[in-house]
Design a binder for this molecule. Structure first.
Ligand code: ATP
Ligand code: MG
Ligand code: MG
Length: 548
């Protein structure tokens, strides 16, 4: 059972339970509602929920909504949907903004203890006086304000007396600390912005480094798991919990974030792709978002298996996107019906087949899974095959259709190409073939063998549909050269084709998945299906070029 594969965080949790350091495992997934979740978040979701689950604990979904300018209920809703779709149920649904009152009180407590002060330096001045790795910072001229003055200024900040950026509340820790995060970090800033939940109740907002440990402590989180870039913030995390005198003492643990080749994985960049119409929304199938992957056709199971396989460690790495593809193939292999679709149609007329006649052939739905049964497909004098399954002047080793050659039509008969019809420009527009009735599929015919089997769709009943084929959104080369990512967009990331599928697929529903013979796995686009258009998104081709 892969769920219980071990990782370093599990060992810590297990030890903490054994030693009695914690009685119950409580984790949280704390997204900021400033964008849609991506596959990196899926790693964090799986980690937090599966960890608690394994030890009989709980997991909260907590929105880190402390930055009203960037946040929106659209994101809050999409995040809940994505977590549920992945198959996880949170215990409590919380918002950091639920705690604004308590956070304000804790900040006052720090002021009373002489551990926080109101500072009039602006953001740039604070940055300039913070020092460097080798140089200590310089103390703010406001650092020694009295407790009374600080309490008064802080309450006036809260009541809206000052403009954005005019004042901040800073922790009073150590301007010479080797850890720059401890050089009087900002705890509160002024922002006269409308908050999507608290409206205009507040015009000061806590910073992440203050809000996060307090939120964790308020909820009694036992293990607060975040990505490695917060490692240097851990001393501040512990400082806030201790000095704010929280009764619970959660501990922070860091793991390496997930990076995947040929894509970008930061909400800021993903939002740019959406805002600049490079893609058609957060759930465009080319996006590494959970909603984009879902629309492309990924299943929750495939994403969870992927997250398990990549594991959890403190070593950063870039995962090849083809690994993600492996897991969707695995999931769909025995589940999806294997049907025929012609993406780039070429008409074939079978001249010795009776005109006006249609016969119905039996076709198994999945050659590796009998349980999926079979279906009937029509066959007649006119069919479509794939344009590149014919070559007028083929190279040697080409076993598909060419003048005089015989091939097998999957589920049907052998045909021989007798004549090639071209338009005025010399393009092949139709083939004339003959079939051999003795060679019917399933009849046990063994007199001759053919080397090529091709797929086809009967023409009169074929369902006209659109296919969308995808390539990575970001090109390889460009990434290596370190160019800005918007200049590295792959111009061929989407190819749209008009072709045909079997008539039985006319009523396919959104998110129904198929394996098209020789083409790979496809998903019925749910949005376009709802609008009455049958569009098949290619999830992944059949074979991978990936060698792990
Ligand atoms: P981004 O930079 O993509 O916006 P973020 O860390 O700012 O990511 P949050 O909404 O704060 O986004 O993330 C919620 C949780 O998901 C955090 O605990 C964060 O550590 C985790 N997370 C975000 N990106 C990744 C990733 N690529 N791999 C693993 N975990 C991630
Ligand atoms: Mg964040
Ligand atoms: Mg971010």
């Amino acid at each position: 059972n892969k769920t219980s594969s071990s990782n370093f965080i599990k060992s810590i949790v297990s030890d903490d339970l054994k030693s009695g350091k914690v009685n119950e495992v409580i984790t949280r997934f704390p997204p900021e509602p400033n964008g849609y979740l991506h596959i990196g978040h899926a790693k964090s979701i799986c980690l937090n929920f599966e960890l608690a689950d394994e030890f009989g604990g709980k997991t909260n979904l907590r929105f880190d909504d402390t930055n009203p300018l960037k946040e929106d209920t659209e994101y809050v809703d999409s995040i809940q949907k994505d977590v549920q779709w992945l198959g996880f149920e949170w215990d409590d649904l919380r918002f950091a903004s639920d705690y604004f009152g308590e956070m304000y009180d804790r900040a006052r407590k720090l002021i009373e203890k002489g551990l926080a002060y109101v500072c009039d330096l602006n953001a740039e001045q604070i940055r300039e006086t913070r020092g460097t790795l080798t140089q200590p910072g310089t103390a703010s001229p406001y650092r020694d304000r009295s407790v009374e003055e600080n309490l008064d200024l802080f309450s006036r900040m809260r009541s809206g007396e000052f403009k954005d950026g005019e004042k901040v509340l800073r922790a009073k820790i150590d301007m010479a600390s080797p850890n720059i995060n401890l050089r009087d970090p900002v705890l509160y800033r002024i922002s006269h912005a409308h908050h999507h939940r608290t409206g205009d109740a507040w015009c000061i907002y806590p910073m992440y480094d203050f809000a996060h440990p307090l939120g964790d402590a308020i909820e009694g989180i036992s293990h607060s798991i975040c990505t490695l870039e917060f490692e240097d913030h851990r001393p501040l995390y512990d400082w806030v919990i201790e000095e704010a005198e929280m009764s619970a003492t959660p501990k922070q643990y860091e793991f390496a974030r997930l990076n995947v080749t040929n894509t970008v994985m930061s909400k800021r960049k993903l939002k740019q792709l959406v805002d600049e119409n490079v893609v058609d929304g957060w759930d465009d199938p080319r996006m590494p978002t959970i909603s984009g992957l879902r629309r492309k056709g990924y299943t929750a199971k495939a994403l969870r298996s992927f997250c398990r396989e990549i594991g959890v460690s403190r070593a950063s790495s870039i995962v090849d996107e083809r690994m993600l593809e492996h897991f969707i193939r695995e999931d769909l292999k025995l589940k999806a019906n294997r049907t025929m679709a012609v993406l780039r149609p070429l008409k074939v007329v079978i001249t010795n087949y009776p005109e006006g006649e249609v016969e119905w052939l039996e076709a198994e739905n999945n050659s590796e899974n009998e349980e999926l049964g079979s279906r009937k497909i029509p066959f007649s004098r006119e069919i479509y095959i794939e344009q590149d399954d014919f070559m007028e002047n083929p190279p040697s080793k080409y076993f598909r259709l060419f003048p005089g050659n015989e091939v097998r039509l999957k589920h049907a008969y052998f045909i021989v190409c007798q004549e090639v019809i071209k338009d005025d420009q010399g393009n092949v527009i139709e083939l004339r073939c003959t079939y051999d009735p003795k060679t019917k599929s399933g009849s046990g015919f063994t007199e001759r063998k053919v080397k090529g089997t091709i797929h086809w769709v009967e023409a009169s009943q074929a369902q006209a549909v659109e296919f969308r084929l995808y390539e990575p959104l970001i090109t390889d080369e460009a990434e290596e050269e370190g160019k800005p990512f918007l200049e590295c967009i792959n111009p061929n990331s989407l190819e749209v084709l008009s072709g045909f599928v079997e008539p039985n697929m006319a009523g396919a529903k959104g998110n129904e998945k198929f394996q098209f013979f020789r083409h790979g796995y496809f998903n019925v686009d749910p949005h376009l299906e709802a609008e009455g258009h049958l569009v098949f998104n290619r999830i992944v081709s059949l074979k991978s070029s990936f060698n792990p």
